[in-house]
Design a protein around this ligand. Sequence first.
Ligand code: C5P
Length: 400
Amino acid sequence: MSLKGKHIVLGITGSIAAYKAAILTRLFIKEGAEVQVVITPAGKEFITPVTLSALTGKPVVSEFFTANDGTWHSHVDLGLWADLMVVAPATASTLGKMANGIADNMLITTYLSMKAPVFIAPAMDLDMFAHPSTQRNISILKSYGNQIIEPASGELASHLIGKGRMEEPESIVKEVKAYFEKKKSLSGKRILITAGPTYERLDPVRFIGNYSTGKMGFALAEECACRGAEVILVAGPVALSIDHPQIHRIDVESADEMYHEATTVFPSVDVAILCAAVADYRPEIKSETKIKRKGDNLNLALVPNKDIAAELGRLKSEKQLLVGFALETDNEQENAKKKVEKKNLDYIVLNSLRNPGAGFRTDTNQVTIIDRNGNEDNFELKLKTALASDIIEQTLLKNK
Ligand code: C5P
């Protein structure tokens, strides 16, 4: 895939690696992209705007106004024009300003107005890179959803050897191309995802629930939407927010409500990923008033909830794909394989409560994916956000 027609805003800052930005610009242009350079005042000390505008065929943007005629350069327009912003090289100072919203130059105002994803390639001396302040700013930028292109190790302009060298332009272009490829990997697909726990009401103040946070399901929803899918996220009670134009969220409380929403949506989707920890039982009687303490023991009668996965497995057409989850404490593989068959799933994602860092109430997870033929793929412990991508590639995109 080329970058034909893609609009790239290239931010250049005052690092010696700015000379590589000319090569990066050239490579983007060769791939068919349109490049608009935004350079900081310090950046211009390292590379001349004339070189860059000659390569891009566009005037380089640097100041808020053109000095001679007072024309205002709109960072807002640039934010809307771009399909991607790449800041390469990014100095420690620019990382700090981006992380903290210090909008004292055109590059930062453009960054703050950016609607498109942002890739950042830091470049600095090894000690500056290792400093807690730089590392903190990088984590803040990651938390904004920005993609850090890690600097390489090697000899630096200072002649010191270590990590801080801006990644080579060829590798940056490769990452950018991979991003655009990934972005359309699920375009045109409609995907149902269930997430979180369910609450089964006992009385006006109490419920039977579980420790599910919804993080895995929300990470999957985000990942599917970023890959171009339209997502219907049916969420139990969770303390999470999600904001993506292609995610339609339906909040529910009980297994019964989740069943109703999931079965209504299912006929219109290509894929369903059932990540929710659905209660197997609910109280037979919901008390209208608070249950009072009396006597020694209180016996609750529980009745089974409908199994959403099994019902969708029954309704499933040839073209639809069904992915379930299993959280097991014992006989993990065996139990998971039985569920694939019983619920007519195509894949099951197994997490064992025996693995530290896996399952409920963690940001990480460790899973094994099992298919209908019993083939197993093991994944190492990683962030649920990273795992979401693995799960999609190993299931939805497996046979593409
Ligand atoms: O049988 P078990 O609850 O372990 O199965 C787990 C899988 O089935 C998960 O994908 C879960 O979302 C789904 N499930 C469901 N409805 C239920 C119970 C489980 O969809 N009532």
